[in-house]
Design a protein around this ligand. Structure first.
Ligand code: NAD
Length: 419
């Protein structure tokens, strides 16, 4: 699908979901406008020669940081390095962060940023220089109590370490400036697997509500990066059968179940899932259409749209990625009785653990792995319960209930502070 179309869908989808919640909450037009408007948008250009043997051409990369709302605390959100990154996409994702942090009730607002770059075309040195130049230009808007970035697609703990280093040059050693950093630099135990683990906990809870023991659940996961691989590992440890996995290149399928640890090792060795022993190759489109209990999109936005929503045969869709289901597809799935657990709830384990990491950095006192995962699971399941109860009492879907809870909290904070 052309990239441009996905961008429009991403902003459009977010707008439609919000409108549904605004109407349900009966918010006035002026309030809606304030809640939708970003606080600040920063665009920077980053010149770089991508090749270290410096006869390569100078290229200019565009970098963005959209700070949507900080009524409840500092801006918080990931940095994405991907060729499709643009201001519209980042704007929609920044707004989603505002609702996500409010829904799980942590003292943060929402932001998102990124660089439009194909990182596969850069060597490690070029990626470090690009990250550090981006950080130099963003230093005025970043801050431990202002705006705290984290990893997203195409970024990882190493990228966070380079941001920490660049920021610390002017502010002294400041580990709390980023989350999702390496443990050696103040990163939190459990942060790497947090999002995927949270997705797995929610999936198990939904299974139990469907009276389906998790050990009998058949799961399909699209995307085998940080979130998808850890969701797969956690679910397979819980006893679920992972029957299909995929990445950018395509998918692998085994009705009897995939050995997820072997898949992780295979990707570490070959970079892709392709050729994983004891599996059949399938396309991403075929993977989405597999009959299963849970379909977990964990790759990009707008994976499930009006063109393929009718092919989905899962009993429930758990949105591990951000905005993976367009608003038209969301309606089509609901009409067919397929439950959708929305992104702001399903993948909130990541930002929750980012919050724990920030707290540990401020306290200068690390917590142990068990404490972190236990707190994550308890908080996430309690939020799920609140959303489910609200959805049932107001006769709305889970997404509208989640947005209602989140928007209500942000609107109250704005009113109290008097923006
Ligand atoms: P990642 O870069 O680690 O992995 C992305 C995966 O998706 C890779 O396996 C890639 O090959 C695959 N992919 C990319 N394009 C694809 C396509 N067209 N079809 C199929 N697969 C494709 O990214 P991640 O950190 O795992 O993030 C995945 C999603 O989860 C994103 O939507 C991100 O915003 C969201 N998310 C991430 C976190 C986090 O903590 N990392 C937290 C919340 C939400």
């Amino acid at each position: 699908m052309p990239v441009e179309r996905k961008h429009c869908q991403c902003q459009d989808t977010q707008f439609h979901f919000l409108t549904r919640a605004f109407e349900s909450l009966q918010l006035e037009a002026a309030q809606r406008e304030l809640l939708l408007s970003p606080f600040r948008e920063t665009t920077v250009s980053i010149p770089l020669r991508p090749n270290r043997n410096d006869d390569s051409e100078l290229q200019t990369f565009m970098g963005y940081r959209v700070q949507h709302n900080h009524a409840r605390g500092p801006f918080k959100g990931g940095l994405r390095f991907h060729p499709s990154v643009n201001l519209g996409e980042i704007r929609a994702l920044a707004q989603l962060m505002t609702w996500k942090t409010a829904l799980v009730d942590i003292p943060f607002g929402g932001a998102k940023g990124g660089i439009a770059v194909d990182t596969t075309q850069l060597d490690r040195h070029a990626l470090e220089i690009l990250t550090k130049r981006f950080t130099q230009k963003m230093v005025p808007v970043f801050g431990v109590h202002e705006d705290i970035p984290a990893p997203d697609i195409g970024t990882n703990p190493q990228v966070m370490a380079w941001i920490l280093e660049e920021y610390s040059k002017t502010h002294g050693y400041t580990p709390a400036i980023v989350t999702g950093k390496p443990i050696e630099l103040g990163g939190s135990a459990g942060r790497l697997e947090a999002t995927g683990y949270g997705v797995a906990c929610i999936t198990r809870e939904v299974a139990s509500e469907m009276s389906l023991p998790i050990k009998q659940a058949r799961v399909v996961i699209q995307g085998f990066g940080n979130v998808g691989s850890h969701a797969a590992l956690s679910l397979s440890r819980m006893g679920a059968r992972i029957i299909a996995l995929s990445d950018y290149r395509g998918g692998v399928y085994a009705e009897s179940g995939i050995d997820v640890s072997a898949a992780v090792r295979h990707v570490a060795e070959t970079e892709w899932l392709e050729g994983l022993p004891e599996t059949e190759a399938i396309s991403n489109a075929e993977l989405l259409a597999l009959p299963c209990d849970f379909l977990i999109p964990a790759a990009l936005e707008a994976t499930i749209d009006c063109d393929n929503a009718d092919t989905i045969k899962a009993k429930a869709v758990i949105e591990a990625a951000n905005i993976p289901v367009t608003h038209l597809a969301d309606t089509a799935l609901r009409d067919r009785g397929i439950a959708v657990v929305p992104d702001l709830l399903a993948n909130a384990g990541g930002v929750l653990t980012s919050y724990y990491e920030w707290v540990q950095n401020l306290q200068e006192f690390p917590w142990d792995y068990e404490t972190i995962l236990q707190r994550l699971e308890t908080r996430l399941l309690s939020v799920y319960e609140q959303v489910r109860d609200l959805a049932s009492s107001r006769q709305v879907d889970l997404r509208t209930a989640a947005y209602e809870l989140a928007i209500g909290r942000v609107a109250r904070a704005i009113a109290l502070r008097g923006f």
